[in-house]
Structures are given as structure tokens and as C-alpha cells.
Design a binder for this molecule. Structure first.
Ligand SMILES: Cc1ncc(COP(=O)(O)O)c(C=O)c1O
Length: 391
């Protein structure tokens, strides 16, 4: 047993401001998102410490909510490359376009960061059974980390999820509950089961841990860009866990005094035109989304018609000077193929939405020629290879 020196102090409800002790386990509560809070004055680390540590995202442990190293459940997630894509930059009309290649994580998506943090959180809370609803990738990731920790895992997956996600969830020994319909139907079946069986939810924003794992993407971007920030970050948005994580990382860098307020990047939400509730809310300048009727996109990870965190996401994007952009499935596929052909980087259709979104923002004049743009490649091309290949 060793102390992580985590500066965690308590959890705070993003909407009501109510505070909770760190051993609070009664999640989820309707319309509540608990966000870990830290005592930044107590954080005793330097940039050199960060540069010298390697192995996983837990190198940022002082700013993560796990207090004992024995509770960390890791498969070496994080430390993913930031890959410069010159020909894609040219197409977007900017000086530099970089792909943060989250496909190189253990189960090939950025979901591993959230799973590592939320399963570690479950272990810290003394839980032995977890559950979640998922479009696919988060279920695969949670089942891998639950297996590593020896926890039972129940995954409620929409039946349209890909074969890889279903098969690997099963291979990790999780209980796979396939639900007819889309994510909302899987979500309803999951909530019914949760109430009946009193399982611990690691679903989107149901624990204070999952978005904390995603925060490490922002820390890595800062480190990889030589302690600077890009001008723009384009993120393929479903529930928005990663967007919150990246934003929170930059807020904490401000707290540490490592960043100036005017250096914050603009955070842009990219969604599919078959399901774009956050983009619509941003366009219409409303404080929250309205549910998207009849969601219809092949990009299942971002096909979230009712993202509960929308007021928080809208605030974040607006405060950062970002915007929303929607693109068709065909454009997303084309962008994913362009990435494979022009940059050699394999991206699945969800980050294809972000890359196509970046091209659209470029064409619409949102970027300056001298800008540096980061696009999150949240998942590897193999996850949706059947959409990318003409074979
Ligand atoms: C590959 C991929 N990209 C993006 C997303 C959207 O993630 P978030 O919930 O952080 O918006 C998902 C969610 O399933 C995904 O699997």
C-alpha cells in the first residue's frame, strides 16, 4: 500500500454545488454529476516529474481521484502519440493539424482512460460488481479493466454495436446483455437492471471517476506540445465525457499556474447530422439540448440523442470560444479514409466525424492559416474497418 499523493478532497455536484465525501457510493442520482475536487495548493509536482514518468496515464496521479496505488487498475493506457498530418493540415487550410491517436490504447479507444479510472474507483469504493450501458467501445473497455481487477461486469449494449465490441466484451468474461434498439433502449434496460440488482454503475457521468481518466488527454496534449496549447481542439461528441475531461485538464493547468487564461484552446463539438443535439443547442444558443428524435448515424459512439451533461458541455464550449459542427456519415467515412491514405493514421468513423468537422470548420473560415488544430482520434480504424474499406 502506497499513497498516490492524490490531492483529492471531495466530490461536488456540477449542477447544485452540493458536496460529498469521497467514500460516497450512492450513484447515480437523477440530474446529478459528481466532479472530483482537489486541493491544488497541496500538489507538489513539477513539469520535470511529468516528463520523467512513463508507463501509463497514472503518471498524473496527484491530479487523479485514487488515493492508494494498490487500487489502480491499469493496462498501460495513455501516453498515446500526437501525430502531425501535413496533408490533412493543407486540406483544412491550417499550419498544423495533429491527430491525438487514442486508437493505440489497450482496447483501441480512449474509453480505456475512463475505464481505468472508473474501475480503479470501484475498487477504491470496495465494489465487486459493476455495470454500464454502452454503444460498444466503453463496454469493451470496462470489461477489460473489470477482468483485470477481478470484478463482475454487466454490459448493456445496443444490438447494433460492432462485432469486435460484442466479441471482445464476451471474451473478457463480462455478462453481455444485447438490447434491441439503440443506446436509449440499452440505457433503459440497464437502469431497470441497476435498480433491481443494486449494481455499481460505471456508465457515462454516473461516477465521479470516468471523466477524470479522460482528463489525462489534456495533460498529455500540454506536455506533447512543449507546454503550450493548440489553437483549436475538435472532439467527436456523444455524451461528452472526453470533452469535459480535456477542458478540466486545462482548468487545472491554470490552477497550477502552468498556463495563462488567454492560452486556452477553443473546444469544438463535432457530431453527425443524423444526431446532433449539442450542435443544435449551440447553434440555437440554448442552455441545454432537446432530445434528438430518430437518431440515425453509423457513428454509434457519437449517436447519443439525450446527453444529460449538455448544460455543462454547452458552457464549456461557449466559454472556450468553440463552436459546434455537424457532418454527414458519408463525409465522416471519407475523412476516415483520408486519414488512412494521407496520414497513415487509422481512425474509425466516430473520429471520422471530428476530422470531417475540422475540414468543415476550415472551409467555413473558423480557423486562421497560422493555426494549430488537434483532432481527437478517439478510436482505431479496425473498430469500423467494414465502413472504411471498399472490399
Ligand atoms: C470511438 C468513440 N469516439 C467518441 C465517442 C463519444 O464519446 P463521449 O461520450 O466522450 O462524447 C465514443 C463513445 O462511445 C466512441 O466510442
Amino acid at each position: 500500500m502506497a499513497d498516490t499523493n492524490s490531492a483529492l478532497t471531495h466530490f461536488e455536484d456540477v449542477f447544485s454545488g452540493d458536496t460529498y465525501e469521497t467514500d460516497f457510493t450512492a450513484f447515480p442520482v437523477e440530474d446529478q454529476i459528481l466532479d472530483p475536487q482537489y486541493d491544488y495548493d497541496s500538489v507538489d509536482i513539477t513539469r520535470d516529474d511529468w516528463e520523467q514518468r512513463h508507463g501509463s496515464m497514472w503518471k498524473y496521479r496527484e491530479l487523479l481521484p485514487i488515493t492508494d496505488t494498490d487500487n489502480i487498475v491499469s493496462l498501460g493506457e495513455g501516453e498515446t502519440p500526437l501525430i502531425s498530418a501535413d496533408r490533412l493540415a493543407e486540406r483544412a487550410g491550417v499550419d498544423r493539424l495533429l491527430l491525438k491517436d487514442e486508437g493505440q490504447n489497450p482496447t483501441n479507444t480512449f474509453k480505456d482512460r475512463g475505464a481505468s479510472a472508473s474501475i480503479s474507483g470501484a475498487v477504491q469504493q470496495g465494489i465487486d460488481e459493476v455495470a454500464l450501458a454502452t454503444a460498444g467501445n466503453a463496454g469493451q473497455a470496462a470489461s477489460a479493466y473489470a477482468a483485470r481487477a477481478g470484478l463482475d461486469c454487466h454490459v448493456f449494449m445496443n444490438h447494433q454495436a460492432g462485432d469486435i465490441q460484442k466479441q471482445m466484451t464476451d471474451a473478457h468474461g463480462a455478462q453481455l446483455h444485447l438490447v434491441d434498439g439503440k443506446l436509449p433502449e440499452a440505457g433503459s434496460a440497464f437502469m431497470e437492471d441497476l435498480e433491481a440488482n443494486d449494481r455499481y454503475s460505471v456508465a457515462t457521468f454516473h461516477t465521479p471517476f470516468r471523466h477524470e481518466g479522460k482528463k489525462t488527454m489534456g495533460f498529455e496534449l500540454f506536455e506533447q506540445l512543449d507546454w503550450t496549447t493548440p489553437d483549436h481542439v475538435v472532439y467527436p461528441t456523444g455524451g461528452g465525457v472526453g470533452l469535459v475531461g480535456i477542458w478540466k485538464a486545462y482548468q487545472e493547468l491554470l490552477e497550477l499556474g502552468w498556463l495563462d487564461e488567454d492560452a486556452m484552446p477553443a473546444l469544438h463539438v463535432a457530431q453527425s447530422s443524423g444526431n446532433a443535439p449539442i450542435v443544435r443547442a449551440l447553434d440555437e444558443k440554448t442552455d441545454a439540448h432537446t432530445v434528438w428524435e430518430n437518431p440515425n448515424s453509423i457513428a454509434r459512439g457519437v449517436e447519443v440523442p439525450d446527453p444529460g451533461a449538455s448544460p455543462w458541455l454547452i458552457d464549456i464550449v461557449t466559454e472556450s470560444g468553440g463552436t459546434g459542427v455537424q457532418v454527414s456519415d458519408d463525409t465522416a467515412i471519407e475523412a476516415a479514409r483520408d486519414s488512412a491514405r494521407l496520414a497513415g493514421v487509422e481512425v474509425c468513423v466516430n473520429p471520422g466525424v471530428a476530422l470531417a468537422g475540422a475540414m468543415k470548420l476550415g472551409a467555413d473560415g473558423v480557423f486562421d492559416e497560422s493555426d494549430e488544430v488537434v483532432v481527437l482520434n478517439t478510436g482505431a480504424g479496425c473498430k469500423t474497418a467494414h465502413h472504411l474499406s471498399s472490399l
